[in-house]
Design a binder for this molecule. Structure first.
Ligand code: NBY
Length: 829
């Protein structure tokens, strides 16, 4: 009975001796306990890595307490929950972030220093969790941090890839990919839930069955894989709330291939089984070439099926019908990658819960929201019907039914406009008949989000024009943001201290709007002096890193000019490299006197190219070839250096961003959906040199165009410029630089030919040539501002002061209030 259970619970709690204590002495006891019993090293002899492991386990214990309490509280409050579905999360490291969010960093630092360890040194031992590609995936991670901090009852769902994004190594200037087997050394931040498992089915056939006069579709699957949950606690800052990121892994199940078993082929049946267990093995790098790959589709469905079973099970624990589903559950599709959820939930409601199509459909249309991170229609995900039909035969039927209902409705609304009907259809007829996942997501979601104001306008007027005209009310934009916890507090402790000192409060860590308060001090020379010191310190850290990595010594007086992001033609790293070649060429042709007036630069470029993206790989090689020439030219010395930082990832970003004076965001206007790197630089007082693209348009609104260096064609001018093709005017300097590369000034003449072709007049899709003149002007303006340090520092302060709107806290609050309709639910301390 109840009394008995309560007595038992009380006894358990008394055994626990209350919650874990956070004074340095208690922390030390716990750390040593984990050294001895978890890591199983002697307390008298353990190295930095083992110390990191033990420390992490002690932090994990503290996370678990809060995470339990949070979930008990959510359940008790019966609040509506958000389920954030994403195939990618770039979490990076967890140790520093966790102790900071738990508010126990000082205690840990002290506890460790008494044991003879430095907290920062141990934190450096941790490898990144790189379960994603780029902006989209890091944005997911920032959103999780904000969801926890703002006390929203949210869950993240994802896949636990055994191999994260490949590690980039550079050999002779060429990118090589190495596997990132990140779990090799254990992962203290996850909790394996061996009892939270679901069967996921694939292949097979669909049969029509007559059950008591009712015609039913029954899917007889051909293969079963088991999904097991790994939970990753996500602590909020300044709150007890600790939410969950649940990642699924495929695991062996006990069922055997009966036929193989009966024929006695035990070994082969094990080998076959192993193949099915590789589903969650590897993250696909973002190069689109995987579209139409069976394993990728299997991953998507594996993820969707396990997540929805888990979500529906939780819902059914508290409800005996589905009427309340839309009041209790919000499902968010992070891009189209999880959009099979739509077919899957229809299948569950109709085939398994026998709800009736219309009733199920009404429910489903009220629970999904969708964010797209893509600009161009060619970038949208498509799944060949043949592939889908063989892997998920019942889902294909459901998708056809959704589409035929939609087409009927559409005909009533717009008449027999066949070209429009075919553009809007979920099914694309053509050489390869396919399912358009974006159309599916739009049809079934109550809200379609763009990731910046400009992006959203492009969606409305171009990419999804037909849909916007049909359902204008569905379309919203929620500008991206980044979490100031990771991007200032964790990665830039000296700036963090400075901000709190001059703002007189630490409240900006939960309310980034308070950063505007910095404007009050911009004329204070003492403040500006401290600001300058902080930047100098971070430049020192970065310079040390560059030296240990490449042996190159760089001058701290030089302007640190950074472009770090995935390598893509539209992001125009090539424009940057051409600018550097031009600068080098000018220096070489300058007399000694003029050289004295030149602002020294350290140009830093970093980023990964998708393994199959040849042009992107050539850009990396060109960067190295140019660096080789410039850095070894004694005549140039400190006036110009070029560094490629290999294996750019979250932890490298934490080091590079605070140390940058200038950062470049060069996408051809209209191509970058939002861009979030720029927001991190902005927060860290780094000046931007950028096109008016993506979120930069809104950054200008916040800090004023006088505080950054803008250049290039505007988004609305791009299509006209492109149409000019071969008649487009291109500056002489551009032609000269291109000629230098073609003539082999940087070696590998033949290898660079095809790269040069992509920017030749008439072929220059991303308009490098036509933007080059204005790019050089913006660079000159940056040089001019840099030689007036006080002016530069003011611009730097005003950049950070205007960055508050780009906190992911603002993003998440907007989503919560307008899209998900969820309320905060704060677990009491
Ligand atoms: O999402 C990026 C956008 O390019 C950037 O402008 C935006 O700020 C950011 C966050 O909204 N998109 C992005 O990172 N996309 C991917 O990483 C990606 C990953 C996988 C696939 C496609 C794109 N895929 O096809 O599997």
């Amino acid at each position: 009975g109840f009394g008995e259970r309560k007595a038992k619970a009380e006894r358990m709690f008394s055994l626990m001796d209350g919650f874990l204590k956070n004074d340095p002495f208690s922390l030390q006891k716990d750390i040593i306990h984990h050294v001895e019993y978890t890591v199983a090293r002697s307390r008298f002899s353990f190295d930095d890595y083992e110390a990191y492991q033990a420390v992490s386990h002690s932090v994990r214990d503290r996370l678990i307490e809060r995470w339990h309490d949070t979930h008990i509280y959510f359940k008790k409050k019966k609040s509506k929950r958000l389920y954030f579905l994403s195939l990618e999360f770039l979490m990076g490291r967890s140790l520093s972030n966790s102790v900071i969010n738990l508010g126990i960093q000082d205690q840990y630092t002290e506890a460790l220093s008494q044991l003879g360890f430095e907290f920062e040194v141990l934190a450096e031992q941790e490898g990144d969790a790189s379960l994603g590609n780029g902006g989209l995936a890091r944005f997911s991670a920032c959103q999780m941090d904000s969801l926890a901090t703002l006390d929203y009852p949210a869950w993240g769902y994802g896949l636990r890839y055994e191999y994260g994004l490949f590690r980039q190594i550079i050999v002779d200037g060429f990118q090589h990919e190495q596997p990132d087997y990140w779990l090799n050394y254990g992962n203290p931040w996850e909790i394996e839930r061996i009892h939270v498992t679901y069967e996921v089915k694939f292949y097979g056939t669909v049969e029509d069955v007559d059950r008591n006069g009712e015609k039913l579709k029954v899917w007889i699957p051909g293969e079963t894989v088991e999904a097991v949950a790994y939970d990753n606690p996500i602590p909020g800052y300044g709150t007890r709330n600790t939410i969950n990121l649940r990642l699924w892994a495929a695991k062996p199940n006990n069922q055997f291939d009966l036929e193989a078993y009966n024929t006695g082929d035990y070994i082969n049946s094990i080998v076959n089984k192993q193949r099915t267990e590789t589903i969650s093995n590897v993250l696909y790098p973002d190069d689109r070439s995987h579209q139409g790959k069976e394993m990728r589709l299997k991953q998507q469905y594996f993820f969707v099926s396990a997540s929805l079973q888990d979500i529906i099970r939780r819902f059914k624990e508290a409800h005996n019908n589905f009427d309340e589903l839309p009041e209790q559950v919000a499902l968010h599709l992070n891009d189209t990658h999880p959009s099979l959820s739509i077919a899957e939930i229809m299948r569950i409601l109709v085939d398994e819960e026998h709800l009736g199509w219309d009733k199920a459909w009404n429910i489903v249309c009220k629970i999904f929201s969708f964010t797209t991170h893509t600009v161009v229609a060619e970038g949208l995900e498509k799944i060949p019907v043949d592939l889908l039909g063989s892997l998920l035969p019942r889902h294909l039927q459901i998708l056809y039914e959704i589409n035929s209902n939609f087409m009927e409705e559409l005909k009533k609304r717009i008449g027999l406009d066949y070209s429009r009907l075919s553009r809007m259809s979920i099914v694309e007829e053509g050489a390869v008949k396919s399912i358009r996942m974006a159309n599916l997501s739009i049809v079934c979601s109550h809200t379609v989000n763009g990731v910046s104001k400009l992006h959203s306008n492009t969606l409305k007027t171009k990419t999804f024009k037909d849909f916007y005209e049909l359902w204008p009310e569905k379309f919203q934009y929620t500008t991206n943001g980044v979490t100031q916890r990771r991007w200032i507090v964790v990665s830039n402790p000296s700036l963090c201290a400075l901000l709190s000192k001059w703002l007189g409060t630490e409240a900006w860590i939960r309310n980034a709007d308070l950063l505007t308060g910095l404007r009050d001090h911009v004329d204070n020379t003492g403040f500006r002096q401290e600001w300058k010191m902080v930047k100098r310190l971070n430049k020192m850290r970065l310079a040390e890193y560059i030296e240990t990595m490449s042996g190159l010594k760089v001058s701290l007086d030089a302007m640190f000019d950074v472009q770090v992001k995935r390598i893509h033609e539209y992001k125009r790293q090539l424009l940057n490299i051409f600018g550097i070649i031009h600068r080098y060429d000018c220096l070489k042709n300058m007399d000694k006197n003029d050289r004295r007036k030149v602002v020294p630069r350290v140009c830093i470029i970093g980023g990964k190219a998708a393994p199959g993206y040849e042009i992107a790989k050539k850009i990396i090689k060109l960067c190295h070839a140019v660096a080789e020439k410039i850095n070894n030219d004694a005549d140039i010395g400190d006036l110009l250096k070029l560094v490629f930082i290999p294996d750019y990832n979250v932890s490298v970003a934490e080091l590079v961003i605070p140390g940058a004076d200038l950062s470049q965001h060069l996408s051809t206007a209209g191509q970058e959906a939002s861009g979030t790197g720029s927001m991190k630089f902005l927060m860290n007082g780094c000046l931007l040199l950028a096109t008016e693209d993506g979120s930069t348009v809104e950054i200008i609104e916040e800090i004023g165009s006088e505080n950054l260096f803008l250049f290039g064609a505007k988004a609305h001018e791009v299509s006209e410029l492109r149409e000019k093709g071969g008649t487009l005017k291109v500056p002489l300097q551009f032609a000269r630089v291109l000629r230098m590369v073609r003539d082999g000034h940087f070696g590998d003449k033949d290898y660079f030919e095809s790269l040069c072709d992509t920017v030749e007049v008439g072929n220059d899709l991303y308009l490098l040539g036509s933007d080059f003149g204005s790019y050089l002007e913006a660079q000159a303006a940056a040089d001019k501002a840099f030689v007036e340090p006080e002016k530069w520092i003011k611009m730097s302060i005003l950049s950070a002061a205007g960055s508050g709107r780009f906190s992911s806290d603002r993003t998440i609050r907007e989503y919560a209030e307008r899209t998900w309709k969820i309320d905060p639910c704060q677990c009491p301390f």
